[in-house]
Ligand binder design. Structure first.
Ligand code: FES
Length: 335
């Protein structure tokens, strides 16, 4: 499979090696002409073919190789096509990538660090743990997974961290006591978290309840896990006299774009809020999957982040013209 780099900013790479690090997480090593410098917490934007269209997805960089970079991709049953495409790749296939970008940077010199990973959220944390261990930082890692065989990089992490690593497997009935973990982190410590939305919300609440400084909590999430099963729904756009069907395997953002409804976006992960659109009405439950809007804003149901959030069947009526600069007003109001 060849995917030549054609657009500005894309670089042609090649799949060098593939390794399943759990039954559902696959590591893909990509060989590049020049190996870019990559800080822990970086993402690599990768061109994919999703739902028959050229598109892109961003994946955490797990580490470097002598010839390139390693990323890891979780196979998502509800995938819009990105993870399914990545899982079709074989060694030797062409792959186009953009320069890595770091939106989840690790600080230098904090007195204590707690790294908290859930599921595939371990992928940015591995490089963080390696760098902190190299620096001799005070570090504890808490890693929760659905089952014992879903701990990716378990051997590497155990060798690196020893007793500073705590594993929690849900199928063994092990549950992370988030409040207790925050409690054992000294007051000047920093918490880095990457995992699903529910875990992140719990961490945010516990952090606030403990009275910790907001700036010492840094997180990244993946907004694929909602509160309702994925179902097709219809988006009505009265301003354009349009109705757009959002199928089960695509996002509302992708469907609107394909229908010619312009929506500003950036992260596609429910984090930046640029794709937030005003909801005029909804006749199905709105499944908010972003981490940009606050719990209060989710309950109010007046905006939806189109990149990750959905309606669990039925229809939603939106006013896309409300977008634009208003997104920056939301940022200041964020709880
Ligand atoms: S594009 Fe960033 S939240 Fe949707």
């Amino acid at each position: 499979m060849d995917l030549p780099a054609t657009a500005d900013g894309w670089t042609a790479g090649r799949v060098d090696a593939i390794r399943d690090v759990t039954p559902t997480i696959r590591e893909i090593a990509i060989a590049l002409d020049r190996v870019p410098t990559c800080a822990p917490g970086s993402h690599l934007k990768v061109r994919v073919v999703a739902d028959g269209r050229d598109d892109y997805r961003s994946y955490s960089v797990v580490g470097a190789t002598p010839t390139g970079l390693r990323i890891a991709v979780k196979r998502q049953p509800d995938s819009r096509g990105g993870s399914a495409y990545m899982w079709t790749l074989s060694p030797g296939d062409g792959i186009a990538v953009a320069a890595p970008r770091c939106d989840f940077p690790l600080s230098h010199g904090a007195p204590h660090y707690l790294l908290l990973a859930g599921g595939v959220g371990i992928t940015p944390m591995l490089a963080m743990a390696e760098q902190l261990a190299r620096r001799g930082a005070n570090l504890r890692m808490v890693y929760a997974a659905r089952s014992d065989d879903e701990f990716a990089y378990r051997e590497e992490l155990t060798a690196l961290l020893g007793e500073r690593l705590a594993l929690f497997a849900a199928d063994r009935g092990e549950i992370v006591d988030i409040a207790a973990e925050i409690d054992r982190l000294p007051a000047d410590g920093e918490l880095y978290m990457c995992g699903p939305l529910g875990l992140m919300e719990a961490v945010r609440h516990a952090w606030e309840a403990a009275g910790r400084p907001r700036g010492n909590l840094r997180y990244e999430t993946f907004g694929s896990s909602g509160s309702h099963p994925v179902r097709a729904f219809t988006v009505k756009v009265p301003r354009m006299n349009a109705e757009v069907l959002v199928r089960e395997n695509e996002s509302m953002l992708d469907a609107l774009e394909a229908a010619g409804v312009e929506v500003v976006f950036e992260c596609r992960r429910g984090e930046c809020g640029l794709c937030a659109i005003r909801i005029v009405a909804a006749d199905g439950p709105v499944d908010h999957r972003d981490v940009f809007l606050s719990a209060r804003q989710h309950a109010e149901n007046t905006q939806i982040c189109a990149c990750v959030s959905r309606v669990a069947g039925g229809s939603i009526t939106i006013d896309p013209a409300y977008r634009g600069d208003d997104a920056f007003a939301f940022a200041g109001a964020r709880a």
